[in-house]
Design a protein around this ligand. Structure first.
Ligand code: FAD
Length: 472
């Protein structure tokens, strides 16, 4: 086993003392993850400044059997980016930020892994283009991180998830070799798609150091509204009609329980109530219009929805400030839960048609497991992805809901199975769901995954225990 002192000396030689953190009291921003569930300190944190140094670190780690946890913005929600063992090192990509190429003719940019999503959006904007990935953590999460988790967000309906936005990656493999797959080609059928192996691998197959990303035409106008619907079944019908009437103009379609807005008002997260009238459920819908397209597409669609009796009221955003306020309200759906009570969370998906059945059955199952539990199901309805959260019953002592977590998880995942859904729609597996994956994934698929892992990382030093539990 390599001692901490030997590690420190070897890594200092590679990256210099200024790019190493070895004092536990300086590690907080790398080890405290958003859900505060994991707290094992690594032996060291290393922050290389160039790809060559990432290669040197991996060559050294490979030779010395040291496990490496790649880390981006540390916003992951399943503990993939933090240590499971105190002998590991965390390798942060945050200093790899070069913009290698911006090519508006091909609609592609090539940026290094530590570029944040917000910075990638700005690079595209400077070329009058759009990098459409949009998520609450965009100011902090990095290109390497969103690709490694295949992150989704609020524009998947129109543009796809991170995988769909990526044309190629560059990655350092477990032995330190460099895979250069920074393609700018929309057509390239030359064998296995290695990019798609690395995207979504959560740092278990390679360390992404750069990526070529698609850019899109920039919308000239956004039309945004908060709709009142009676129940999720109406939401499915609204989605069908919105798509039929607007074609590909609809870029976001989020379902929100009214409780989330009540809680934001209660906890001072919202300046004013954005709702018109009252209703148990809402849809936040957004259309993107481009040069030459007439404004008013959303208003026309709303009229048709009223006529069909599918919505009872709506708030249309009349300004950019209104739109900003509406999306802030959407982002605060996580924070208002934290302020209200402890909870139990799930990130699941089912075919869109089955969302009403999912919600009805999950609510009943959770109520049976914990009488009085408060349902808080919201999210990317257009993609079939629901963040199925539950809040502790009013008056339950702090912490007690955790003792019911397994019973609630079991009930929810059984229903998800029954509806041919997924136990992780967009947050990934990390360490949190690795044991669950063993139960739920098709055994042949699991064997293929282990075979790929063993082929690319035979010593098992890249993010061990994440996604795949260690097999003896
Ligand atoms: P990290 O958290 O640092 O790492 C995540 C995983 O990727 C880890 O397994 C890590 O080892 C690996 N990794 C990181 N960088 C690399 C690299 N360069 N090479 C190889 N492996 C690497 N997710 C969604 O999909 N949709 C949402 O709408 C969404 N909203 C969010 C809102 C908030 C407020 C927060 C806190 C999180 C949200 N997430 C969402 C979670 C989401 O997974 C992350 O925000 C993002 O994808 C992770 O990026 P990161 O750079 O922070 O990666």
């Amino acid at each position: 086993m390599t001692t901490s002192n030997t590690m420190l000396a070897a890594l200092t030689e590679i990256v210099g003392a200024q790019n190493i953190i070895s004092e536990p009291n300086q590690m907080a921003s790398y080890v405290e993850e958003p859900r505060r569930l994991y707290n094992i300190l690594p032996s060291l944190i290393v922050t290389p400044t160039c790809v060559e140094d990432v290669q040197k670190i991996m060559r050294w780690a490979h030779a010395n059997n040291v496990s490496v946890v790649p880390q981006g913005g540390n916003t992951g929600l399943v503990g993939g980016q933090v240590s499971m063992d105190s002998q590991e090192i965390i390798l942060s990509l945050k200093k790899l930020k070069a913009v290698r190429d911006v090519d508006p003719a091909t609609n592609v940019m090539i940026v290094e892994a530590g570029t944040t999503v917000l910075e990638a959006q700005e690079i595209a904007e400077n070329e009058n283009r759009l990098f459409p990935l949009s998520l609450g953590s965009e100011g902090s999460c990095q290109i390497g991180g969103i690709l490694s988790t295949n992150a989704g967000g609020t524009a998947v309906l129109a543009y796809g998830n991170s995988r769909d936005l990526c044309m190629g990656v560059e990655a350092v493999l477990a032995d330190g070799s460099l895979y250069n797959g920074l393609s700018k080609l929309r057509k390239d059928n030359t064998g296995y798609d290695l990019k798609d192996l690395l995207v979504g691998a959560e740092g278990t197959l390679g360390i992404i150091t750069a990526a070529s990303l698609k850019m899109f035409p920039r919308p000239t106008t956004f039309e945004t509204a908060l709709l009142n619907i009676e129940d999720p079944a109406a939401g499915v019908k609204v989605l069908e009609m919105v798509r039929r009437k607007s074609g590909n103009k609809v870029t976001s379609f989020e379902i929100l329980p009214t409780l989330g807005i009540d809680l934001q008002l209660k906890h001072g997260l919202a300046e004013r109530d954005p709702r018109s009238g009252s209703s148990p459920w809402h849809i936040l819908v957004e259309f993107s219009l481009f040069d030459g397209e007439d404004a008013g597409a959303l208003t026309d669609t709303l009229e048709a929805l009223f006529e069909e009796g599918l919505i009872s009221d709506a708030t249309l955003c009349n300004s950019l400030a209104d739109r900003k306020m509406m999306w802030l309200m959407r982002e605060n759906f996580a924070e208002c839960q934290t302020r209200e009570a402890d909870g139990i969370k799930h990130d699941i998906s089912v075919p869109v048609r089955d969302i009403p059945e999912l919600i009805e059955r999950c609510d009943k199952a959770a109520e049976k497991a914990v009488p009085g539990i408060r349902t808080f199901a919201f999210g990317h309805m257009g993609d079939g992805n629901i963040h199925y959260d539950f809040l502790a019953p009013i008056g339950m002592p702090k912490g007690e809901i955790r003792t019911h977590a397994n019973a609630v998880h079991e009930a929810i995942y059984e229903i998800v199975d029954d509806l041919n859904g997924s136990i992780s729609a967009e947050h990934g597996i990390g360490q949190m769901k690795a044991p669950l994956l063993q139960q739920k994934k098709d055994p042949v698929a699991l064997n293929m995954m282990y075979a790929i892992k063993n082929a690319l990382d035979p010593k098992g030093i890249l993010n061990p225990g994440k996604v795949l539990v260690k097999r003896n």
